[in-house]
Design a binder for this molecule. Structure first.
Ligand SMILES: Cc1cc2nc3c(=O)[nH]c(=O)nc-3n(C[C@H](O)[C@H](O)[C@H](O)COP(=O)(O)OP(=O)(O)OC[C@H]3O[C@@H](n4cnc5c(N)ncnc54)[C@H](O)[C@@H]3O)c2cc1C
Length: 392
């Protein structure tokens, strides 16, 4: 069996990892010129972490993780306004760079990854899919998977324009990593954030005297700025704290992650032998905080259903995969929408309420309860209720 996977992210590479171990002939195409460094920090746990453990990746992820001892809010002069010390019991959350997770999966994949390439055209009949690539070559495969993120090209070709599936959550996000010993030491292993109504900036120190920065802004217009660095300086330059220095070190636009905050909501995740995977069909947004975990779990379930159904019944396997994953995704997406006001409060009153909650949560015994309330539940189901086809 032959599969072409578009997108060498968490979802695409996890699927490649499993399919090749099932004896499939797999090829991956990726639009970016190479696997990239930097990016943004993610909290990785839940069903995706369970899958990573089964793939034997846990030791590597624990090595790549960053200790986050505290979540804290500061004011414009850097004074702490509220904080939550992370309890020991919460150590199943692995905080790491998205890139480090991608690289960990990538290093276990033997299938060729062709960079700087995407899908240009798709034709299918009951027997297979003919895929035209942007380099002008063609592939005949039994399965094409679009794991190419929230702005998926495979989705556009197979299902239609993004506007039919996107739910814009009214915010813009940006992130970048800088080398700065002094700022990195100043922030340390506390995730520090500054919020004013409609705007949030966060910082966390990385190994090697680097600093990861995250910006979140309420923005009714989904159009992205042409120059994200100029937009960041204009929007956050007056907020004080470490921001004037951090913004003066803004890298080239190509090194800045800048996007709309969206969810993807689709009734059908596959058509014939073309399937979508990860953010391409189930983006939950950074407000839900489970996207990487859900992407990895989705890849496992898809491989499991393909192993169970066998070669002759690929479309049935794709439908079964959606039936298993989609209810959990809807649950996490609903959680993400509820979480917007917590992460990006729209008024001074809401910021004061959040600080008050954090003080309450710091009382003995309340910390764990509080952190659990910030976690969408129920999605463990999708990897434990295995179809039985995939081992491990
Ligand atoms: C700021 C931020 C914070 C987040 N925090 C968390 C968190 O704490 N926990 C968590 O679990 N999740 C978090 N997420 C979500 C998580 O990063 C995503 O859900 C996850 O990366 C989805 O994986 P994916 O493989 O489906 O897509 P992606 O990671 O988007 O990967 C898609 C891949 O496809 C490639 N690609 C794109 N277009 C094409 C094309 N046309 N042709 C070929 N290749 C293409 C891309 O270059 C990329 O390599 C966060 C997201 C953001 C933005």
């Amino acid at each position: 069996m032959r599969a072409l996977i578009c997108g060498a992210g968490i979802a695409g590479l996890t699927l490649a990892w499993h399919l090749e171990r099932m004896g499939w002939q797999v090829e991956v195409v990726e639009r970016a010129p190479a696997l990239r460094d930097g990016g943004y920090m993610i909290d990785f746990y839940g069903p995706g972490y369970e899958v990573a453990e089964r793939m034997g990746l846990a030791p590597r992820l624990l090595e790549a993780r960053y200790p986050v001892n505290e979540l804290g809010y500061v004011d414009r002069v850097g004074r702490r306004t509220s904080r939550l010390v992370m309890p020991e019991s919460f150590n199943r959350v692995v905080s790491l760079l998205r890139t480090d997770l991608v690289r960990a999966v990538h290093d276990g994949v033997r299938a060729p990854v062709t960079y700087g390439t995407s899908v240009a055209g798709i034709e299918q009949d009951g027997e297979g899919v003919t895929v035209e690539l942007t380099d002008g070559t063609r592939r005949e495969v039994d399965l094409l998977v679009g794991a190419d993120g929230a702005h998926s090209q495979v989705r556009k070709l197979a299902f239609g324009a993004e506007s039919g599936f996107v739910r814009y959550l009214g915010h813009r996000v940006a992130a970048y990593v800088i080398d700065d010993e002094a700022l990195s030491r100043k922030i340390g292993t506390r995730y520090q954030m500054l919020t004013v109504p409609g705007r949030m900036a966060g910082a966390y120190a990385l190994r090697g005297d680097r600093l990861a920065l995250l910006f979140l802004c309420r923005e009714p217009d989904p159009t992205l700025p042409e120059d994200p660095a100029a937009w960041l300086r204009h929007t956050y330059g007056d907020l004080g704290w470490i921001l004037p220095e951090a913004l003066s070190r803004c890298p080239d636009p190509a090194e800045i992650y800048c996007d709309q905050v969206t969810q993807i909501d689709m009734e059908h995740w596959s058509t014939g032998r073309v399937a979508l995977l990860g953010d391409a069909c189930q983006a939950v947004s950074l407000f839900a905080g489970h996207g990487a975990s859900m992407a990895m779990a989705g890849a496992w379930v898809l491989a499991d259903e393909l192993a169970t159904a066998g070669a002759a019944r690929v479309p049935d396997a794709l439908a079964a995969y959606q039936r298993r994953v989609r209810p959990a995704v809807e649950e996490v997406q609903a959680f993400g929408r509820r979480f917007i006001q917590w992460m990006a409060p729209s008024s001074g009153l809401r910021i004061a309420a959040r600080d008050w909650m954090l003080r309450l949560a710091s009382l003995p015994g309340a910390d764990r309860l509080f952190l659990n309330s910030l976690t969408a539940g129920g999605h463990g189901l999708i990897v434990t209720r295995a179809g039985g086809g995939l081992r491990g």
